[in-house]
Design a protein around this ligand. Structure first.
Ligand code: HEC
Length: 269
């Protein structure tokens, strides 16, 4: 018990440190951080499933799960939701649920490759509140422990190819790197995201990475992390602020998500 209590306070302490360090959060996406990161950085976000928190204390898992962290806060009219009428909170929750139900991410990757072979993997996303969504290639579907695939022998060759919701290729993100730096980024922001809840039209994006396979044979795992908002998709979830549209739950709020694809196993021989 003592061990678990210690772990819980360490985790909570760590997360609040992260939250304080970036007190504004990133509604609108971390536009200035044109670099690689991990899903752990998004400490305010809610987890779209419990599996991504496996191994952590049960109470911590529950508190990060979107139904507890986000839905419950709206339902109970806590914090920034306290000034909304019960009817508006109900409608906001319906919109958020619709956004969640239509958000998904898939990763397509080959099952077997040769050592050092150049291969392509594609991450497809659907949904999100906009104006952007975030995509990363990680080694597993764990919110606090997954690492960029490059930590496990894979190398990203060249800039990822990003197709926005309009079907056009986007270079805005990789070209936001200062010219002297390489563009073979793992973390990608896709622009032009907007969900139309009334007509149930949800944006789709595609990010294709070219990877060089590890030089060591073995079984490797890979997943895509999908980072997106929910509230700004709803007319009731947007608040106009000087800095632009903000989610009703605030910049430290729980309205964004961390979602993972199915984990693929790739045999390198
Ligand atoms: C202090 C809280 C906080 C932290 C820390 C945080 N975010 Fe967010 N993030 C938010 C909020 C709030 C939203 C808006 C959600 C919405 O609109 O429902 C958001 C939205 C996003 C979006 C989607 C854009 C949008 O506005 O819908 C991306 C992508 C994102 N965050 C990535 C990140 C990444 C990557 C990190 C770590 C570097 C991070 N966030 C850390 C609070 C945070």
């Amino acid at each position: 018990m003592r061990g678990k209590g210690w772990l819980l306070s360490a985790v909570v302490g760590c997360l609040s440190l992260v939250a304080v360090a970036s007190a504004q959060g990133y509604p609108g996406g971390p536009l200035v951080a044109v670099t690689d990161t991990g899903p752990f950085c998004a400490s305010c976000h809610s987890s779209a499933d419990r599996e991504q928190l496996r191994g952590l204390p049960a109470a911590f898992i529950e508190n990060q799960f979107f139904e507890t962290k986000h839905y419950k806060a709206i339902l109970e009219g806590r914090g920034p939701y306290k000034d909304m009428s019960p009817r508006d909170r109900e409608r906001l929750l319906e919109d958020v649920k619709l956004t969640d139900a239509n958000a998904r991410v898939t990763l397509t990757a080959p099952g077997t490759v040769s050592r050092g072979q150049t291969v392509q993997v594609t991450v497809t996303t659907r949904g999100g509140a906009g104006p952007v969504v975030g995509v990363m290639l990680v080694d597993t579907n764990h919110r606090l422990q997954s690492r960029p695939v490059t930590a496990d022998g894979w190398m990203i060759v060249g800039a990822p190819v990003v197709i926005g919701p309009d079907g056009q290729e986007q270079t805005k993100w990789v070209n936001s790197r200062i010219p002297e730096l390489k563009k073979n980024l793992n973390f990608v922001l896709v622009f032009g995201i907007k969900s139309d809840l009334a007509n149930k039209v949800f944006p789709e994006t595609k990010v294709t990475y070219t990877l060089r396979a590890p030089s060591e044979p073995g079984r490797y795992t890979m997943a895509a992390a999908f980072i997106h908002g929910t509230e700004k998709a709803s007319p009731l979830g947007v608040v106009q602020a000087a800095a632009g549209p903000m989610p009703r739950g605030g910049s430290n709020g729980p309205s964004s998500r961390i979602r993972f694809s199915v984990v693929r196993t790739i045999t390198v021989q």
